[in-house]
Design a protein around this ligand. Sequence first.
Ligand code: ADP
Length: 287
Amino acid sequence: MDLAVSEVQLEGRRLFTGIVRDITERKRGEEQLKVIASELSGRNADLVRSNQELDAFAYIASHDLKEPLRGIHNYATFLVEDYSDILDDDGKDKLNTLTRLTQRLDSLLDSLLEFSRLGRVDFALAQNEMQEVVHEVIESMRITLDANNIDIRIPVELPRVRGDKVMLGEVYRNLITNAVKYNSSESKWIEIGFQPDTRPLKSGATPARPRQTVFYVRDNGLGIPEKHFDAIFRIFKRLHERDAYGGGTGVGLTIVKKVVERHGGEIWLESTPGQGTTFYFTLAEGD
Ligand code: ADP
């Protein structure tokens, strides 16, 4: 029961009024909420644990698979080298294909190793000037950018954010690499910028979450059809032939997504095929 008492002065007399309320329902609701909250936190812990186990599994599996694969590759190479007198052209072709496939599998395993390593390392969160992070990445890619005649545009100096400098660099390295690779325009450009987060809060989200900034990397490249917007973030998923547009293992965007999400951010894109693509990601504002 809930009792509310208040005092009233009436013609010189003190009167008290009391309101008694039955709060059984409210109490029951609170109890239920407590049970749900504790179940949710248990499930969250389970999810974190199973994610860690998956990362560990991917790491061990890809690491251990590399050794027998090396053996297969070596034996296929020995056969081509030592038995070239006995093998006809068809046999040699098949062995060469076998060697190429082992190399492909080896690079896929390397990508899986790199991806699973991300889930296992601790991020060094600190205040970072995003302008500096991007500048360093661009300098390290200078040869590729010049060779492809890329015009890099940064309209406004990028702000400070809270994050792991090396990992944020990886996000930009992957997005810029893609913006260069998947672009056949005459004059290619990449715009790197940011804007305030104007997205409405999701229902149920606490308004007390740290303020977010939306960063973007925009290109005037091939573009991506909307039906592939989810698929491109999946590991090993490519939209083109294996060796088209400089090749790749299809791990870049999977890594970008994982890094952004481990920082508590989100990633999405807008694209018009034939005109270009913009990747957006959010990060907590710096102090
Ligand atoms: P990879 O580049 O190794 O294939 P990613 O995970 O980085 O792997 O990208 C997955 C696929 O998404 C690419 O194969 C490509 O088809 C598409 N893609 C990524 N970035 C762009 C872009 N900026 N413009 C057009 N297509 C893109």
